[in-house]
Design a protein around this ligand. Structure first.
Ligand code: ATP
Ligand code: MG
Length: 371
């Protein structure tokens, strides 16, 4: 049995074979801050993706699959990732073999079916922009971040999506006898909608306890930040939602698609009571988004009693040097493990000043340790 008394698992060693452009060599990471410096197109994001894939069992890139991840020049049709995690007390060898059809994971050389014992949170510079501009992005972001720590939510969400697809196909084709099937599917849709709306609101209430203070802690500025769900189903039980869908039937049948539902609900991010997207500068939007993610990381720790691995891909754009310094100081204060990348030489210099960090330079997929 693995010991429970530790500060969470940290990645100590990583070796990858045939993963995108990364060359096979052994990387030794520090338990604190690891800076990955290198020019465009050399493998920084690929390295973060390999770590994320190891812990989260999927890529953070959208619509990416095995064919994209395997090295295009590699002769061997298999990706192998070997890692050693440490919790300060014990070491855990972890490896995975990935082919077109299989994803095998081994802990201590034993085949493992369950989810891995730790997760990574990925911070992508473009997500800040997408989060503020696209409601479907917000929905996906919230769903995937709730799912990371809530298996039941993920399962019910999958069932809901299946039911909703079926509902829409019934409405689209309107084959003979479809009304009876629609009534049956509405029972499911109502039950899942009530559950997911409740969990979303619970999650946001917990997250909102951290966002404003996290913003203040990182950027030393007083602003009130809040993320809220806009849904007519808030506080509705499944019976009321079921009745609502029954009333909607003729409108939905005319449109050939479900008009209202949690698949269309939106999340509003407010900054001092105003819509952050309409009111904030690009820099402020990025600061707000970073505070949101670091608040999520604190919530994660509260729930699981250990931090996730934090992967930060070049976030320097739009932030001025004072904000970089604030961010670096914040990372230094926290005791989570960070892999942070940049192609920006000035931000790289700021990162290099962090006394206890480990610095790497990546070129053509080869990572070299710079002390
Ligand atoms: N399956 C693959 N096999 C080989 N090379 C790949 C594969 N997939 C992507 N690459 C290449 O990997 C290189 C590095 O990509 P990556 O996104 O990691 O760069 P980066 O260092 O993050 O650059 P930037 O600073 O521009 O974000 C790219 O040139 C890309 O073409
Ligand atoms: Mg990149």
């Amino acid at each position: 049995m693995l010991s429970e008394k530790h500060n969470g698992w940290k990645l100590e060693k990583l070796q990858v074979q045939n993963f995108r452009n990364l060359k096979t060599s052994l990387f030794n990471f520090a338990p604190g801050i690891n800076c990955i410096l290198g020019q465009n197109g050399n493998g920084k994001t690929n390295l973060l993706e390999a770590v994320y894939f190891t812990t989260n069992r999927k890529s953070f890139r959208k619509n990416t699959d095995y064919a994209q991840m395997i090295n295009i020049e590699g002769a061997n049709p298999e990706i192998v990732i070997q890692a050693v995690f440490s919790n300060g007390v014990e070491l855990l060898p972890y490896s995975l073999r990935l082919t077109e059809t299989t994803d095998e994971r081994y802990i201590n050389n034993k085949l493992e079916k369950k989810k891995f014992i730790t997760s990574s949170v990925f911070i992508n510079p473009f997500d800040a922009y997408s989060f503020h501009t696209s409601s479907s992005f917000r929905r996906q972001w919230i769903d995937s971040h709730i799912s990371l720590g809530d298996r039941e939510y993920r399962q019910i969400l999958t069932r809901f999506q299946k039911s909703m697809r079926f509902r829409n196909s019934l409405l689209g084709y309107q084959a003979k006898g479809y009304a009876g099937q629609l009534m049956a599917i509405d029972e499911q849709v109502a039950e899942y909608s009530a559950f997911l709306t409740h969990r979303r609101n619970e999650f946001l209430a917990a997250l909102n306890q951290y966002i404003t203070s996290t913003f203040r802690e990182i950027f030393s500025e007083e602003h009130t930040l809040e993320l809220t769900l806009e849904s007519i189903f808030t506080h509705w039980d499944k019976k009321r939602i079921f009745d609502f869908y029954r009333h909607q039937e003729s409108t939905d049948a005319k449109a050939g698609v479900t008009q209202v539902g949690i698949h269309r609900d939106d999340f509003i991010f407010s900054f001092n009571g105003l819509n952050a997207f309409e009111f904030c500068s690009l820099g402020q939007q990025k600061m707000a988004f970073l505070s949101l993610i670091f608040a999520y990381i604190e919530l994660f720790r509260y729930k699981f009693r250990s931090y996730p691995l934090v992967l930060i891909d070049d976030v320097s754009g739009e932030l001025d040097s004072q904000r970089w310094k604030n961010l670096v100081q914040y990372l230094e204060k926290k005791n989570f493990q960070v892999l942070i990348t940049t192609a920006n030489e000035n931000f790289g210099k700021e990162l290099e000043k962090i006394p206890a960090s480990k610095k790497f330079y990546i070129e053509h997929g080869t990572l070299t340790n710079h002390g």
